[in-house]
Design a protein around this ligand. Structure first.
Ligand code: FPP
Length: 248
């Protein structure tokens, strides 16, 4: 495995601090191989592991991955059950290597609605790695961008009702601190780069607020085929872009 730890080995000037990925195309990848859709999710988890280690080697600070959206419950029950069981396998098979690489695992989303075994596996991964200081691998599980914003609005409304906050104090920065991404280090809450695989070019309710100034990278590659080369290509493309944040 090649190592990107030294700049001379990847030749990239700018490494995005926070990369967010919509890991799309697992089902189509499996279908092309005449396999059931869940076969694609399993391959997708392998790719996620490779990409997380590569991101960690590159010096990325946060990698947020859309593992299950609030809309994904409408999939066939068998597929939902399979995805819900992935964290259990993830904990046993993948967390040890991530832990050895100083990766810290975190979760955003409405986790209270997840099956107990799923929640428990993610919680074990979080606790086991919570003292690690390297890449934060942030799973968005049962996450929805609008739900995130609505929930923040509710929390703020309650603080106003309790007279702990004045409406005039509500700034964008304060609002951000009520979003689920407030669990991330302050400087890295918003993604610098959002990647979506499989040719779709939409945000699909992922990090709606946080994506305001993100660069987008779309690729026709299906998620299981993305691999570390895919990550390098996306970061190279990011290096060719000039971010101006509304300035000139
Ligand atoms: C989208 O592809 C993929 C998902 C909904 C699930 C992605 C989950 C993983 C890669 C593993 C996550 C790991 C853990 C530990 C939770 P799709 O099914 O929409 O593909 P299609 O568009 O080709 O049908």
């Amino acid at each position: 495995m090649f190592n990107f730890r030294r700049k001379e080995e990847h030749n990239l000037e700018k490494i995005p601090n926070h990369i967010a990925i919509i890991m799309d195309g697992n089902g189509r990848w499996a279908k092309k191989r005449l396999q059931p859709r869940v076969f694609g999710h399993k391959a997708g988890m392998e790719t996620l592991q490779e990409v997380a280690i590569a991101a960690s080697d590159l010096g990325v600070k946060v990698l947020t991955v859309y593992a299950f959206s609030t809309e994904n419950w409408s999939r066939p029950q068998e597929e939902v059950n399979f995805i819900m069981n992935l964290p259990v396998e993830f904990f046993d098979q993948y967390v040890p290597q991530l832990h050895a690489n100083n990766v810290r695992i975190q979760v955003i989303g409405e986790t209270s609605r997840l099956p107990e075994a799923t929640r428990d596996a993610m919680e074990r991964a979080r606790v086991k790695t919570k003292h690690n200081s390297g890449l934060i691998l942030n799973f968005a599980l049962n996450y929805g961008g609008r739900a995130d914003i609505t929930n923040a609005a509710k929390l703020i409304a309650q603080e106003v009702l309790d007279a702990k906050l004045n409406p005039g104090d509500i700034t964008e920065d304060l609002f951000s601190s009520y979003l689920m991404t407030s669990s991330l280090p302050y400087l890295y809450r918003d993604p610098d780069l959002i990647i979506r695989t499989s040719g779709e070019q939409r945000l699909s309710n992922f990090l709606s607020w946080q994506a305001s100034y993100s660069e987008f990278y779309f690729t026709p590659t299906l998620w299981p085929d993305f691999k570390k080369e895919g990550l390098l290509k996306a970061v190279s493309e990011y290096n060719r872009r000039q971010r101006r944040f509304g300035g000139v």
